[in-house]
Design a protein around this ligand. Sequence first.
Ligand SMILES: *Cc1c(COP(=O)(O)O)cnc(C)c1O
Length: 437
Amino acid sequence: MIAFRSTRGGGNADLRTVLQSGTAPDGGLYMPQRLPRFRREALAESAGPAELAERLLNPFFEGSLLAEALPEICRDAFACPLPLTELSPGPNGARLRLLELFHGPTAAFKDYGARFLAACLERVLAEEPASSPPLTILVATSGDTGAAVASAFSGRDKTRVVVLFPKGRISPRQEHHLGCWDDNVLSIAVSGAFDDCQRLVKRAFSSARLRGKVRLGSANSINLGRLLPQSAYHAWGAMNAPQGTNFVVPTGNLGNAFACLLAREMGAGIGRILMSTNANRAIGDYLDRGFYEGRESIGTLANAMDVGDPSNMERLQHYFGGDVARIREALAAVSISDERIQARIRQEHDRSGIVLCPHTAAGVDACHGRLSLPGAPAGDWIVAATAHPAKFESVVEPLIGTTVAPPPQLAELLSRSSSHAEIRPDLAALTPYLLRS
Ligand SMILES: *Cc1c(COP(=O)(O)O)cnc(C)c1O
């Protein structure tokens, strides 16, 4: 049985606590006390991504109240296809492939973690007495996270979701995707910026009065219940490269990249991991200089990665005992400008006909850049394709001179009716919506 512990110390926590809380009581992030190690061949016997996820995550679930349900939870979270597609070759003819993580209900990788967490929490709550109150998941979103969480919890028993988004600052399509779910999902436009939404969430969580009346839960990306399943799709990608592979992971908050590192450390056969950020370069600067400094975030075309001070940095440092030299051995980071993102979207479309979302384009460009330097790591490369390009049509379409059709699941969401409430950015305005059951 594997226990969990905060990056800042403290006692052991069990899986149920870890899944229900975003952060540990001391403000740190939960980490497994040890990682299981697998032989690659043992993982490669899996018939599909769900079965691989089950093998990989079983040690974390053993002995918990969810142990028996794990296969079903994995089938729920890994129900959609997870294809690898061939990109145009890199410099020196290196083989480059995309791991398409965008075939879930909201067409971004966040669907996997959100669905996995929702499937876990639904079962945890089902074990409680019938009289226990429902859990209200409160999230602030600048786009992708809110839709994935709303979709994942929509229609599930004993949970409600309240999504806060900055009014008029997300795309019309994104806004639509937040308000088209079952009755247990409420979407609210806050007159303010994303930071105001986040502040409101923090205020709600720290209000003892409110928390006496409503049971609040979080589903943000630092929840280990979202990170663990993300390690499974990286491992799945690696299973499709029998000789081993390097990975490129477009990164903002360091969640997906950390999940890739976990897969590597558990024995999936992953070589080097290259993180590609947009113009927000706190991670790259840390690896270059050896000391970490969080920043204000900068707005870019790859806006789901606009993070100046990545929360999961604490996990990365903790895992390597703060030894930056050891981090450099496993991971590298490179910052890609908006101009490079645009050029790469055009170039890949010209060469292979493949349309990249801006985040994925940062990854592909980072890979090309790394391969043209001396001493590039040998072997194949897989780039995590984090979202479908149709989610960022206003960036992508002018560059390639043609429209990008939304995939069927997005088209279906767009055909539904969508609604949301509107509030000013203060807790008194939000409270009635949280109390309504
Ligand atoms: C969230 C997101 C990212 C960044 O992922 P992190 O886990 O924060 O590193 C990249 N691309 C897309 C499309 C996203 O939605």
